[in-house]
Design a protein around this ligand. Structure first.
Ligand SMILES: [Zn+2]
Length: 399
């Protein structure tokens, strides 16, 4: 099937804007991108009436298994595996409808997310392209242990845990280098898996051609992770000049997940566990200062929501772009962090995240001129058209 999308403002993904412009799609690929209007149009023509057309958005950090309610931990522990699986499928559908065509899931119980990935690929349920990390790997009693985390102690044990996740079909490996906000009695700054343990995990992942993401909030855990060779730092709450310079020099990326603290503090008195609120309050300022430090050092930064954490609902993923824009990025750079830069974070920059010939036909049309007023992304009805791999998922062009 060929499709021409005409009369749009194009956000290319790398920061460039073409206005007016058009995109031509054949099957699941973009075949042509241009300024003005196409000459002879083939196949179906969709007039976008001046909407902003972007590459499908990428969320580098979600938890499809967790519900984004006030206390996702309690909600997850109260559900059977089949119920959790169905909930994850529903969350995948909500995510896609919001214009997110690719997600990297950063951990959940058992092989649920790999199952959702399979069901999406088979067309059984609707969802974004999913990169699954399977179960998070943590030390005994470490961050995430009670949320399906796989406990491992010592380099050999971590090696085995990584091998088990690879066997279970993980696309990425998620390691826990520090404590965090959501695990009771775990402190965000506390060091957890050691450098040797992390190194063993990274080595096993690399042998299989897989990358590693690390939950790293405290300073020592972050430096341990970087020395061990991990590919992405998740959260990066306490970053130092040494850490950001190491990230820049080694080409490591940061996924700051601003939506997580924003939503915890924004709904502090609405049933979020008190301990999580207090821990978040203590670190929120330093987290934003760390982001600034990384940005100034030129570290690659990808948008990721941590969707599934308190009041961080699936389907509201574009809010992260607004958070980044509010914290020094501005609209174009924030949009880039959720398209081309996010694709680079995931190692998929040759395939997704740009409006360019040969790329996947993942396309999202937005109303309300987000290029000059980014807050519009949080408004209901902002996402007017969603196309994933050439297939129209949502079409509300008329509003
Ligand atoms: Zn997370």
């Amino acid at each position: 099937m060929s499709l021409s999308l005409i009369n749009a403002t194009l956000f290319i993904g790398d920061g460039r804007v073409l206005e007016p412009g058009y995109v031509e799609v054949d099957q699941d690929r973009i075949v042509k991108v241009g300024r003005g209007s196409p000459g002879k149009k083939k196949g179906e023509v969709m007039d976008l009436g001046g909407l902003v057309l972007c590459p499908g958005f990428i969320d580098c950090h979600v938890h499809l298994c967790f519900d984004g309610g006030p206390d996702p931990e309690r909600a997850a522990l109260g559900k059977s595996l089949p119920a959790l699986t169905l909930a994850a499928a529903a969350h995948a559908g909500q995510t896609l409808l919001a214009g997110v065509t690719t997600v990297r899931d950063m951990g959940g119980p058992e092989g649920i997310v790999q199952g959702i990935r399979e069901a999406v690929a088979l067309g059984i349920v609707q969802g974004p392209r999913i990169l699954a990390s399977g179960r998070m790997i943590c030390m005994t009693g470490g961050h995430g242990w009670h949320l399906g985390g796989l406990e491992a102690d010592g380099p050999d044990s971590v090696r085995k845990a990584v091998r088990e996740q690879l066997k279970a079909g993980a696309d990425w490996i998620k390691l826990m280098a520090t404590g965090g906000v959501m695990t009771p009695r775990s402190q965000p700054g506390a060091t957890q898996l050691t450098e040797e343990e992390l190194r063993a995990g990274v080595e096993e992942a690399r042998k299989a051609g897989r990358r590693t993401a690390v939950h790293a909030q405290g300073e020592t855990g972050t430096l341990n992770s970087l020395r061990a060779g991990v590919d992405t730092i998740e959260h990066g709450v306490f970053l130092t000049q040494e850490a950001v310079e190491m990230m820049k020099a080694r080409g490591r990326a940061l996924v700051p997940t601003l939506s997580a603290p924003h939503n915890i503090l924004g709904h502090a008195d609405q049933g979020v566990p008190r301990e999580a609120v207090e821990k978040t309050r203590r670190v929120v300022k330093i987290h934003l200062a760390s982001l600034e430090l990384a940005r100034e050092a030129g570290v690659l930064i990808g948008a990721g929501t941590d969707a599934g954490t308190p009041f961080n609902r699936h389907g509201r993923n574009l809010a992260e772009i607004v958070r980044l824009a509010e914290n020094g990025f501005g609209a174009l750079e924030a949009l880039k962090s959720a398209t081309h830069d996010a694709a680079r974070v995931l190692g998929l920059e040759d395939r997704i995240g740009l409006l360019a010939p040969g790329y996947e036909a993942d396309l999202v049309a937005l109303a309300g001129d987000p290029l000059s007023r980014i807050g519009t992304l949080e408004e209901a009805g902002a996402v007017r058209l969603v196309i994933r791999s050439g297939k129209v998922i949502r079409d509300r062009r008329a509003g």
